[in-house]
Ligand binder design. Structure first.
Ligand SMILES: *Cc1c(COP(=O)(O)O)cnc(C)c1O
Length: 472
């Protein structure tokens, strides 16, 4: 399998060449030249597989530059009951007739990003070891991504993580989760400022190409193709659990921000998984919901980006969306570039032609939006009605799924985090007597010793910290 850019660069690259990269050199995102289509015989065979076996089959279709035995060992090490809590890895929970949850948040940081990041940690260690290289991952986080990256990379040979977070602005749980890691290769930098200050420092360091090269700075952001690929697996796993035969169809509802999770659903559907609808559920930051309703994709200014109670979906633009648009316009790199580069840089928005927009329905997408009040009501109704406690992001999904559910088509809502991460909003919905259960291993999390460094919001200080901790 070869990979090309969404913006027209047709240079064929192999999986391990793009594994450690972010954007393609022309500013686009990497896509496989084509999606392998799974025939009926293969789909029938896959139904009986364990999660790790299924992951190996799917990854093998896209990765041909890691020897199969090595890839198999790596996948088997990643998707274990020890790391993800159950043998099913992504178990289904029935909510009501026709509606169930697929649990994606039983990994170490209690959010779905572990599903991909845990694999990425093992892939990075493998590829860096093979090349005899090192990589220093620099990122900014307001919560989920940073902790998922740290838990994936902790103790990995050849990798260091420098994670910037806004000092004193994460929830006590999130802060403890990251700062309690004692691994030598994990560096928590608490920036005296807000998330945007941390993000600006990351951008400034990455724009210093000489520094970036000298200190081998890399990222693990959601546009990484390997992350997206890892996510394709649980659409298949969810389908097999929700159906008895491959003649049946299901729909998925996906709580969405950057379009990363649901883009993996799009890939699974293109591979022939019998998916009727892919329902995109947004919060008040409805960039995607607006697009699927109107055909206009409008990036928001920071003044128009709201802080909500489903914070991991508070986005101003959807970084992975370009992959779907590229498919929608028939892989026309010039058109994709015109839409994303010229339009976004020029006007902050683009509108598809009527003919292009008409094609969207053929990809199965639907969309809906949920607000803080909806979230609270949904958490309450689901707890009181079904006895199931869900987190705020999953609640956005359940709210929209209930509106768009169809008779005869099971609807699978992807559960993207555990409620234990969002105790404040859970208490607001249910009263402070109801405590979200926490995995036993995390009972004492907040009282563990913390390891972090407070730094001013100053790029030079962060660069100096990296110089002091990376041997040249
Ligand atoms: C990251 C995240 C999302 C959004 O996922 P995208 O891939 O950005 O659409 C939703 N819920 C939770 C809990 C997350 O951490």
């Amino acid at each position: 399998m070869k990979y090309i850019s969404t913006r027209g660069d047709q240079t064929p690259r192999r999986f391990c060449e793009i594994l450690l990269e972010g954007l393609a050199p022309d500013g686009g995102l990497y896509l496989p030249v084509s999606y392998p289509v799974i025939d009926a015989a293969k789909l029938a065979r896959w139904r009986g597989l364990s999660y790790a076996e299924l992951a190996f089959e799917i990854l093998s279709l896209y990765i041909d530059d890691i020897p199969p035995l090595d890839l198999k060992a790596l996948v088997d090490r990643t998707y274990t009951a020890e790391v993800f809590g159950t043998a099913a890895i992504t178990p289904l929970t029935a909510l009501e007739p026709g509606l169930c949850l697929e649990g994606l948040s039983n990994g170490p940081t209690l959010a779905f990003k572990d599903m991909a990041m845990q694999l990425l940690g093992n892939l990075f260690e493998y590829e860096l070891g093979r090349r005899g290289e090192q990589l220093n991952i620099l990122g900014a986080t307001s919560g989920d991504t940073g902790s998922a990256a740290e838990y994936a990379m902790r103790g990995k040979k050849g990798v260091r993580v420098f994670m910037l977070s806004p000092h004193g602005r994460m929830s006590p749980f999130q802060q403890a989760q990251m700062f309690s890691l004692q691994d030598e290769n994990i560096h928590n930098l608490a920036v005296e400022g807000v998330f945007d200050d941390a993000q600006d420092i990351v951008k400034a360091v990455s724009n210093d190409l000489e520094f970036k090269r000298a200190y081998r700075i890399g990222t693990v952001n959601s546009i990484n193709w390997a992350r997206l690929l890892a996510q394709v697996v649980y659409y298949f796993a969810g389908y097999f659990q929700a159906t008895k035969s491959n003649d049946e169809q299901v729909s998925f509802t996906v709580p969405s921000g950057n379009f990363g999770n649901v883009c993996a659903g799009h890939v699974a559907r293109q591979m022939g998984l019998p998916v009727k609808h892919l329902v995109v559920a947004t919060n008040e930051n409805n960039v995607l919901e607006e697009f699927f309703r109107t055909g206009t994709y409008r990036v928001r200014a920071s003044s128009e980006t709201y802080e909500t109670s489903s914070p991991s979906m508070d986005i101003s633009k959807a970084s992975n969306f370009e992959r779907f648009i590229c498919d929608l316009v028939g892989r026309d790199g010039a058109r994709t570039k015109a839409l994303f580069h010229d339009a976004i840089v020029g006007e902050g928005a683009f509108t598809l032609t009527a003919e292009e927009f008409a094609r969207v329905a053929g990809y199965g997408f639907q969309a809906g939006r949920s607000t803080h009040a909806d979230r609270l009501a949904t958490i309450r109704a689901t707890f009181e009605g079904q006895g199931v406690l869900i987190d705020t992001h999953t609640a956005d999904g359940v709210k929209v799924a209930r509106e768009l559910c169809e008779d005869g088509v099971p609807m699978i809502v992807l559960e993207t985090a555990l409620p234990a991460k969002f105790e404040g909003t859970i208490a607001e919905a249910l009263g402070s007597e109801v405590k979200a259960p926490r995995p036993a291993a995390l009972a004492d999390l907040e009282s563990r010793p913390k390891r972090f460094q407070v730094v001013p919001a100053d790029t030079q200080v962060v660069k100096q910290y990296i110089r002091d901790h990376v041997p040249l």
